[in-house]
Design a protein around this ligand. Structure first.
Ligand code: ADP
Length: 599
């Protein structure tokens, strides 16, 4: 026998609320805590649906059957609530599996007790159908001992869960307190509803508001949890991270009272947790009080010399604000960076030592080159004079030895000049005189100079220059030196091939000069070292042509000081391309003095 009563809207509202809570928690279902939560909400939905049906039924048999079905949730919700609280507070290990199984058995016992009440009447000794003033058919009658045991067990479990949550609220000193408080308030709601129902003090005495209250608190949990993202990282887990952090964390309230500090901070301050609530001036050493006194925001380096020696800290200060932006206190994070500072200092010293050594080397090379060049120039001068004298006198047979001296001397002079050049470039002692340079003229000059060398290797040189090129900004003497080196190398390392010089505008403000050849090429592993000083690819042709291995290193340095760049691509036995990039500027800048010394 069925009838309509508006009271069914209450349990149906609980169904809606619990479904909403489930929907919100669903994305986090992988987490154990959320699994339990979803189970709890499902149980509440089950409870509420059958309760709504029970309210709409007016037969004693139907009502007993429907309330027996609800009893499945009556016994499971308290247990699920306890499990949820255990997982949420990271205390799941406190309840061994055997205890959980025992609790399940106990609750199942109560369920069976309810289902078999007709045989033993221990749950409800008499059951009657009463029509109440509100137009509601309800089951009435006294409660039996089994019912009291069942209610006691349910309350014990809900109570244990609530204690865990309150404990968590107390331990969450600062950040998560409001979240846990809302959870505790949520947890107390079903208590209130259940006590009102059991004692008969409820404003709607015959409608069990417990599932509605549980659903409401479930929604409160989800909203609180979503807001603070606690399912991502539960407060207990956060607490563990903060506790195990090597950095010291100190939280002060607006009156500079210590309201939280982790073990690392306790060690630095040489205090125990008892210092909580005390003013910073009582709990912290003087040096720290001075460092944090007027600091509200920012990062600072703090030195402290104690008994164990000097320590450097990185101090970060942040003002804690509430939702309205009002300052609530300050948080300080102290990180010991002594080792890092020492390493940085050692690194700086090593760098300075290396720079000093490099300067000394450059100075030595420069002096030595200078000292060697003077006597060598004299040797070459006198050898050439002697050779001319001998050939004037017709003594041609005796000039061959002198030729050898002159060739070796010239090679030595080139070597010394290159070393001197490189040493000066290294020491930034080269003065560059930038001016507008027309590439066409310069390239033709270079090619003319090297025609002889090209012919020796039976090579042809082809020059392609884009018409109407603007001038580049460069030192013409130094740029000539670079191009002589590149085209010279191309001639040296190519036989019966072709050397191409291609000059064009690559971008709006840059001109590129490609010097390519069809010569021996360079292996990929050698290519990357090519611009380092004294690097020569160790193969027959290189040795045959001699050289110092300094030309490309000097060229690279020169391009750099002229605000340009040089690069190379090559393939063994196919040839190489060296590319020089130089800036175009309409207004030539003034000469840049790098040093007083003239190169
Ligand atoms: P070097 O005075 O020895 O020519 P460089 O610095 O100008 O000194 O060149 C270094 C080395 O790079 C050369 O010895 C040679 O092995 C290689 N190299 C330079 N240009 C070419 C090229 N066009 N083809 C092949 N190898 C080259």
């Amino acid at each position: 026998m069925w009838y309509f009563t508006p009271y069914i809207f209450l349990p149906l509202a609980a169904v809606l609320l619990a479904s909403g809570a489930m929907r919100l928690a669903w994305p986090y279902r992988q987490l154990s805590v959320v699994k339990v939560f979803l189970g709890m909400m499902f149980s509440i939905i089950w409870w509420s649906l059958w309760h709504a049906l029970e309210l709409s039924n007016a037969s004693i048999a139907g009502k007993v059957l429907l309330s027996n079905i609800q009893y499945m949730s009556v016994v499971s919700v308290p247990l699920l609530w306890l499990l949820f609280a255990l997982f949420y507070t990271d205390r799941a290990h406190l309840l061994p599996r055997s205890v959980v199984y025992s609790l399940i058995l106990l609750q199942s016992g109560f369920l069976i007790g309810a289902w078999t009440n007709g045989w033993h009447w221990l749950m409800w000794p008499t059951v009657e159908l009463t029509y109440t003033a509100g137009g509601l058919w309800v089951l009435t009658g006294p409660n039996g001992p089994l019912w009291y045991a069942s209610v006691l067990s349910a309350y014990a479990m809900v109570f244990a869960g609530t204690v865990l949550m309150i404990n968590q609220a107390i331990r969450s000193q600062s950040f998560y307190r409001s979240q846990v408080i809302s959870l505790v308030v949520g947890a107390l709601l079903p208590w209130a509803a259940s006590i009102l129902f059991v004692t008969g003090l409820s404003p709607i005495p015959f409608v069990d508001l417990t599932p509605v209250a549980f659903a409401l608190s479930g929604l409160a949990f989800t909203v609180a949890i979503q807001r603070y993202r606690a399912f991502d990282l539960l407060p207990a887990a956060r607490e563990m991270i903060v506790d195990q952090m090597p950095d010291a964390i100190i939280v002060l309230d607006m009156h500079d009272r210590i309201i939280d500090l982790n073990p690392a901070a306790q060690a630095i301050l040489s205090v125990t947790i008892d210092v909580l609530g005390q003013p910073l001036t009582h709990g912290a050493p003087r040096w720290l009080i001075e460092q944090v006194r007027d600091r509200y925001e920012g990062q600072f380096e703090v030195q402290h010399t104690g008994e164990t020696g000097a320590t450097t800290y990185d101090l970060r200060c942040t003002t804690l604000r509430n939702r309205d932006g009002r300052p609530m206190g300050r948080i300080f994070v102290l990180r010991d960076i002594t080792l890092f500072k020492q390493a940085a200092q050692a690194l700086q010293e090593a760098k300075e030592a290396a720079e000093a050594a490099s300067q000394a080397k450059s100075a030595f090379l420069s002096t030595m080159s200078h000292e060697l060049r003077t006597p060598l120039t004299a040797i070459l001068g006198y050898s050439e004079f002697l050779r001319e004298d001998l050939s004037n006198r017709g003594l041609h047979t005796q000039t061959s030895d002198l030729d050898r001296i002159i060739t070796a001397g010239r090679h030595l002079l080139t070597l010394i000049s290159d070393i001197l050049d490189y040493a000066r470039l290294e020491a930034n002692a080269v003065t560059i005189h930038p001016e507008p340079v027309h590439m066409s003229t310069l390239i033709h000059e270079v090619v003319m100079t090297l025609q002889g060398l090209a012919k020796q290797g039976q090579n042809t040189i082809t020059v392609t220059i884009e018409p109407d090129l603007p001038p580049v900004v460069a030192d013409p003497v130094r740029l000539r030196q670079v191009l002589l080196n590149l085209v010279g190398n191309a001639c040296k390392f190519t036989e019966q091939g072709e050397i191409r010089v291609h000059c064009y505008r690559s971008t709006i403000d840059e001109i590129q000069i490609d010097v390519s050849d069809t010569g021996i090429g360079i292996a990929a592993d050698q290519l990357q070292h090519l611009f380092k000083p004294f690097v020569q690819v160790d193969s027959g042709p290189t040795r045959r042509y001699g050289g110092t291995g300094l030309g490309l290193a000097i060229s690279q340095r020169l391009c750099q000081v002229m605000k340009g760049a040089i690069s190379a691509t090559s393939e063994p036995d196919r040839g190489s391309t060296f590319r020089v990039r130089l800036p175009i500027t309409s207004v030539p800048p003034a000469p840049r003095e790098v040093s007083q010394e003239e190169c």
